[in-house]
Write a protein that binds this ligand. Sequence first.
Ligand SMILES: Cc1ncc(COP(=O)(O)O)c(C=O)c1O
Length: 362
Amino acid sequence: MTRLYNFGAGPAMLPTAVMERAQQEFLDYNGMGASVIEISHRSKEFDAIIDETDELLIELAKIPSNYKILYVHGGAQMQFSAVPMNLINRLAPRKAAYVESGNFAMLAGKEAARYGDVSIVASSAATNYDRIPGFDMADIDTDSSYLHITSNNTIYGTRWQQFPQSSDIPVVADMTSEFLSRQLDINSFGIIYAGLQKNLGPAGLALVIIREDLLEYAMPETPNLLQYKTYAQKHSLANTNNTFAIYMMNLVLNWLKDQGGVTAIEAQNNAKAAMLYDAIDASSFYLGTAQPEHRSTMNVTFNLANNAVLDDFLSQALAQGLYALKGHRNVGGVRASIYNAMPIQGCQALVDFMLEFERSQA
Ligand SMILES: Cc1ncc(COP(=O)(O)O)c(C=O)c1O
């Protein structure tokens, strides 16, 4: 069979080698005569999987020893609730600062407002989130329990190029659509979280990386399975976790290591994104929607100067095996999500198609 080049924003394509390995091992994991989805989360075989997953994350993301790695139920949006429940109580006024750089950032702030006093310290809503809004750390109330950012804005195709630095106010980052796509200094963050369904594995589970000292502030009424401390104390196995998602993430991380790790994938991601942005910038037929200095390497968004041919563009692309290129309804146009698993050949195929389509319309 031929696999499509899947440009969907998530659940997104996973490396073919990972899918093949999962398929090979599916009925009989490690010679056990049972599938990995049929064995106990407390078995020694699953223990080995979760331990190795931790080790791979520590190695690939360079996670310092004062951080805990948690596998938390409910995907990324569940963390929109879990973050305030675990952290807004850090300081008595229960205040948190949010940067609104997109739809998910806005939703995160809205959810947090249930639990305390949320201030939107910067927003790019007025320009339809075509950039990361500028702000000054000095303008944030010093009694804020944390600052929340969305490091890559999946819908709008923007990302933070540099992260806010603060020694007093923990920075919390939703990295769902970019974690492990570029090198970063974990020490700049109090909490990083990411739904698995872009760069890490299947949907429904979130990876949370939290500085140990921040585990102590959960509001007393926080449900046990939303308290990060519960996950930290029980190695994410207080109840039956999504063992299959953790296993799939393990395979993805092993694949990433085989590719040369984050340094190598970052270089590849930069090259892939540059191919597409160069094609957009070289033509007046295509119009990039994100401000160039804020562009994401994971989600490339653009419009066609003549929107009337957008449906033709999408259907002809699909006929050539270029799948799920339709932009999110908030932006329109085209969105090419090119996460770690998208091979450079997929980006080349898209660039070739863009040139051909433009010629056909001349
Ligand atoms: C940046 C970001 N945050 C949050 C979410 C929501 O993730 P979930 O559907 O796992 O709740 C997404 C989903 O695409 C996302 O891109």
